[in-house]
Design a protein around this ligand. Structure first.
Ligand code: A2P
Length: 260
């Protein structure tokens, strides 16, 4: 046993591409978290814990845990973790933390979850939370990646979640999924910043342009994406929130293993 961690058994491994994979594991009954938070996760290597911050992609009402990870060829953790098999164990930190929780947002009408790459992970948890739909009239989840094949969870967000036996009814009328791709041809091309600036995303979704009076946002992606998107929001009068002081938008760097 490693102090501060529980050992969880891998139940499923799904490889989306040669660079992206998802793990599902058991969950200790004592592990508590708020949807949108992250925790430490990893392996015992040479007798010591080798862990990184990972957003929880599962919701807190689910019995299993889910992690969405990149594979870094020479990454100390992910070069090993990508080979993990069903039945093997991982370490999960006992404490979850993070700012991307709906409680850190002021009340509003539309919740925008803006993700690039593995920054999608915390939002998978947020869109499975019934409370998200109690707090907001509409929820838009955007995912921007270099290539269409990197749009992991596209089928889930477009079809499966809305068809879910328990959540479908509350999700269907409120959730919109808006994928975009930057480095190959796709139905929606461009960075999220460009799609907001040009107004294309609002035209495509038939929604009004961002307004601090009604819109609330969570951002999760690379440092550059966060800086550019936050600057765009600040220029439109949005105020950042954090734990302790709710705001119009929240920011968190994508936690999904290691840097490329
Ligand atoms: P781009 O292909 O134009 O760099 P990455 O794989 O590097 O994490 O990038 C994931 C997605 O985030 C890519 O589509 C990338 O677009 C986009 N991206 C990178 N930097 C920014 C930024 N500063 N603002 C908005 N989107 C960005």
């Amino acid at each position: 046993m490693v102090p501060g961690y529980t050992e969880e058994t891998v139940l499923e491994v799904h490889h989306w591409t040669d660079k992206l994979f998802t793990l599902k594991t058991t969950r200790s009954p004592s592990f508590r978290f708020a949807n949108g938070q992250f925790c430490m996760m990893g392996l015992v290597v040479a007798g010591k814990p080798l862990v990184r911050a990972y957003s929880l992609a599962s919701a807190n009402h689910e019995e299993t845990l889910e992690f969405f990870s990149i594979k870094v060829p020479n990454g100390p953790l992910t070069s090993r973790l990508q080979h993990i098999a069903v039945g093997e164990t991982i370490l999960v930190g006992k404490r979850a933390t993070g700012t991307l929780t709906i409680g850190n947002l002021r009340p509003g009408r539309t919740l925008w979850l803006l993700a690039t790459g593995t920054g999608l992970a915390p939002f998978l948890s947020v869109v499975k939370d019934p409370e998200t739909y109690e707090r907001f009239e509409r929820v838009v989840i955007t995912h921007t990646c270099r290539r269409a094949q990197d749009l992991a969870y596209a089928r889930y967000l477009e079809h499966e979640l809305a068809a879910d036996e328990l959540l479908g009814e509350i999700v269907r009328p409120k959730l919109r999924y808006y994928p975009s791709v930057t480095r190959e041809a796709f139905k929606t091309e461009g960075r999220i910043t460009a799609l907001i600036e040009s107004g294309r995303i609002f035209a495509d979704l038939a929604l009004p342009a961002l307004d601090p009076a009604h819109d609330r946002l969570m951002l999760c992606g690379s440092s550059e994406m966060l800086a550019d998107t936050a600057a765009l929001l600040e220029s439109r009068g949005f105020e950042e929130g954090n734990s302790g002081e709710p705001g119009d938008y929240l920011v968190e760097k994508a936690f999904a293993g290691e840097k490329r």
